[in-house]
Design a binder for this molecule. Structure first.
Ligand code: HEC
Ligand code: HEC
Length: 329
């Protein structure tokens, strides 16, 4: 067979395989559905450096400031200075060449359009994509202005956002090195010795397993499963809450929460007025109602969490919390 006919046979077999396997697969398992144009539009939200993909809209510093205080400041601080290990969003000019570079939108990011893309895609953390386009333009204007990149009376929109030059725009170079060094790749004994130089735990990136893990292991049978499912659900809370007495993150420690007055911890300073004056005492029913719909149950409270709608999931979480938050004495 000449090369072309060989190729043709290979191509034919490939097509045959794809077609038959494709259809056979679909028939046999009945998995998946064709994505609708609406679904594709929902995912297809990337914005390029030149602004391609930006939706129409506009916003100002002033509008953005109000939104930022309400939706972002609980983690990033009122001026973008950030609490704890949350990212700093403002400042860091000229720090990139120092011993202690502060990489912010202002000091580091090369494109202004990325700020819009990122905020629209991912923020507020835990409630992504709840801002309108105009609100996103407004917070973007707020952040750019706080970083002294635009004036505070600038009306940001889809046309002028891509024209904004970021301070570190020219700070990036193309890395000309090939991905893989030339020659045979080393596959064996490539390093003389391996030394662990850091642990994710020290960086506080990976949440620690706490007492609850031990508790789950001690409970038997059906309840253990419940507890273990509840513990999985609690992963949604870990970014903001610990179960350790006195250890607060964005939210207060949940240690000893049952029987506690809402907003009742003396050493947690960031409760909202709404929480402190709600008159709620935490027990099964109130916790369930709150966690199902935080914004509705205590109007004006500041927990940036959408809620858990599934009853089973809520019950499991409550079982887990009852065991793992109990004050130990
Ligand atoms: C509950 C805490 C929380 C809230 C509220 C929140 N963020 Fe964030 N934000 C984060 C975390 C955590 C990251 C880092 C995420 C990552 O790296 O995966 C982040 C990252 C960012 C970044 C990227 C910073 C960088 O330099 O990499 C921007 C910009 C940002 N947030 C803007 C906002 C805006 C605007 C709002 C309000 C609309 C907001 N955030 C609300 C927690 C929060
Ligand atoms: C993005 C951060 C965040 C997430 C995620 C989050 N919380 Fe909160 N939580 C808070 C903040 C902030 C408060 C204080 C709210 C206020 O004072 O208005 C709070 C308050 C609470 C309170 C009241 C505590 C007290 O001392 O009165 C409970 C209970 C609670 N959260 C449970 C949970 C549980 C359970 C989850 C997970 C299902 C969860 N939270 C997820 C930030 C968060």
């Amino acid at each position: 067979m000449c090369m072309w006919s060989k190729l043709a046979v290979v191509a034919y077999i490939l097509v045959f395989f794809i077609v038959t396997q494709g259809f056979a697969g679909a028939k046999k398992y009945g998995l998946g559905t064709i994505a609708t144009p609406e679904q594709i539009a929902g995912w297809d939200i990337d914005i390029r450096p030149d602004g391609q993909g930006l939706p129409p809209g506009k916003g100002t510093f002033e509008e953005g400031e109000a939104i930022f205080l309400e939706r972002c400041a609980s983690c990033h601080g009122e001026f973008g200075e950030a609490f704890g290990r949350y990212p700093v969003l403002v400042g860091g000019e000229d720090s990139l060449v120092s011993q202690d570079p502060v990489k912010t939108i202002g000091s580091y990011w090369p494109y202004a359009t990325t700020v819009f893309d990122y905020v629209r895609r991912a923020m507020p953390f835990g409630a992504a994509q709840t801002l309108t386009n105009d609100e996103t333009y407004a917070v973007t204007a707020f952040l750019l202005s706080m970083n002294s990149i635009i004036e505070d009376d600038f009306v940001l929109n889809q046309d002028n956002l891509p024209t904004i030059q970021m301070p570190n725009h020219n700070g990036f170079i193309v890395d000309g090195r090939p991905d893989v060094p030339p020659g045979e790749p080393c596959m064996k004994d490539c390093k003389e010795s391996v030394r662990i130089i850091g642990k994710a735990r020290q960086l506080d990136v990976t949440p620690e397993t706490d007492r609850a893990t031990t508790v789950a292991a001690l409970v038997l049978g059906a309840e253990a499963e419940q507890v273990s499912r509840g513990q999985d659900t609690f992963n949604q809370c870990r970014a903001c809450h610990t179960l350790t007495p006195g250890e607060h993150k964005v939210g207060p420690s949940l240690h000893g929460v049952f029987g506690r007055k809402a907003g009742g911890l003396d050493d947690f300073s960031r409760y909202s007025e709404a929480m402190q004056q709600s008159g709620v005492v935490w027990h099964d029913d109130t916790l369930k109602a709150y966690l199902k719909s935080p914004a509705e149950f205590i109007k004006g409270n500041m927990m940036p969490f959408a809620g858990i709608k599934d009853d089973q999931q809520l019950n499991d979480l409550l079982t887990f919390l009852r065991l793992s938050t109990a004050a130990k004495k």
